[in-house]
Design a protein around this ligand. Structure first.
Ligand SMILES: Nc1ncnc2c1ncn2[C@@H]1O[C@H](COP(=O)(O)OP(=O)(O)OP(=O)(O)O)[C@@H](O)[C@H]1O
Ligand SMILES: [Mg+2]
Length: 223
């Protein structure tokens, strides 16, 4: 089976400070659903950051979508990022843009035709139950609503890989279930590889998943 991610003796740290992730080895098969757990400060967001090339490996090798991230040109990295959907822990919505335009962003970058773009955005707004808010700006929304916009944006261009950092962190049970349904749907119907950082793995998952736990700089699979 194809590997979307391969880490070999991968170490991560910020500038010259302490090692956050220490010589880990793991891989993720194409089309799998992976949960990452770990205590606050254990390095979950740091690991996700490295997976989209936001933090260069300190040591070792990290290959994502066939691209070696320890030594990557900016053009290759931009190309790779077009195929990844990301939900940041702090959302990172463009506050000067309406939520509709925020969700359009990956479609514009990928050169989608206008009609297709609008149809896709309308569909996603419905899926995250925000169709009545399309013209609002991020700061006019609640935290949980912003989180749902971030999820819609991550899914917009049907990426091959979704990286989601605590995507239900601010949501009630109903909205959390919407998000899990969207991620499970992308995984089962579009074969999207999904990597989710969370503190709570839902009990009623409808797809098979793997669970990696980060502790003391190491990663191990929980069975
Ligand atoms: N930009 C940064 N510069 C320096 N150190 C950082 C930076 N971001 C995070 N760290 C440090 O890296 C360590 C891991 O942080 P990280 O954000 O990956 O944790 P986390 O597992 O995502 O935690 P949480 O569950 O609280 O989100 C922490 O000790 C943190 O202080
Ligand atoms: Mg984090």
């Amino acid at each position: 089976m194809d590997k979307v991610i391969m880490a070999k003796d991968l170490s991560l740290s910020y500038s010259n400070s302490e090692t956050i992730i220490n010589k880990v080895n793991f891989s993720v098969n194409s089309g799998s659903f992976v949960f990452i757990t770990g205590a606050s400060g254990s390095g979950k967001s740091t690991l996700l950051k490295s997976l989209f090339g936001g933090l260069k490996p300190k040591q070792g090798s990290l290959v994502v979508g066939g691209v070696e991230l320890s030594n990557v040109s900016s053009s290759k990295l931009n190309f790779l990022r077009r195929h990844i959907g990301i939900v940041f822990q702090d959302y990172k919505l463009v506050k000067e843009w309406s939520i509709e335009k925020n969700i359009m962003l990956p479609l514009i970058i990928n050169g989608y035709e206008k009609g297709v773009t609008q149809a896709q955005v309308d569909k996603l707004l419905k899926h995250v139950r925000l169709n009545h808010q399309a013209g609002k700006y991020p700061l006019e929304l609640s935290g949980g609503e912003q989180q749902r916009v971030a999820m819609a944006r991550a899914l917009a261009h049907n990426p091959i890989l979704i990286l989601a950092d605590e995507p239900t962190g601010n949501l009630d049970d109903y909205s959390s279930q919407l998000i899990w349904n969207l991620l499970e749907g992308a995984n089962s119907q579009l074969k999207t590889t999904v990597i989710v950082v969370t503190h709570h793995i839902p009990r009623n998952m409808s797809v098979d998943y793997k669970h990696f736990h980060i502790e003391y700089g190491s990663i191990h699979e929980v069975n």
